[in-house]
Write a new protein. Structure first.
Length: 134
């Protein structure tokens, strides 16, 4: 369990903040208030267009844990931290409109999995889970 003692479980039903990047979007949900050190835990759904080595060019939506302190963002990614693939779709060419549509569909898929109690995704919206250990 995290040192953060907050027990509320947040939900992806809330509208996320969208961070637009060159060939991607990130849907961001705050899932805690700032802890005593100033860090706010977050769930990020990163949606990108990339060239997968075996599957070719595609859109991919991946759920990761992150934290923010002011302008400093600290994604928690790596082999032991895990991430959850929410959606994939073949996309031979990048199209910003198609990426936005895919992002909307990926958020809906995430919400459905959360509503069904899928523990693979619910932990990302619980600030006390080990996904958000400080």
């Amino acid at each position: 369990m995290s040192q953060n003692q907050e027990t509320r479980t947040y939900s992806p039903a809330d509208e996320p903040e969208l961070d637009h990047r060159d060939r991607g979007l990130t849907a961001i949900w705050d899932i805690s208030t700032a802890n005593p050190e100033g860090w706010t835990f977050q769930a990020h759904l990163q949606v990108d267009h990339w060239d997968h080595p075996f599957k070719g060019k595609q859109y991919m939506a991946v759920l990761i844990a992150s934290s923010r302190n002011g302008a400093v963002e600290r994604p928690k990614i790596g082999a032991t931290d895990g991430e959850v693939i929410i959606a994939e779709q073949s996309a031979p060419r990048f199209n910003r409109s198609a990426l936005a549509t895919f992002c909307t569909q990926a958020v809906e898929t995430l919400r459905l999995r959360f509503a069904e109690g899928d523990q693979e995704v619910t932990a990302y919206f619980d600030s006390t889970s080990d996904k958000h250990d400080a």
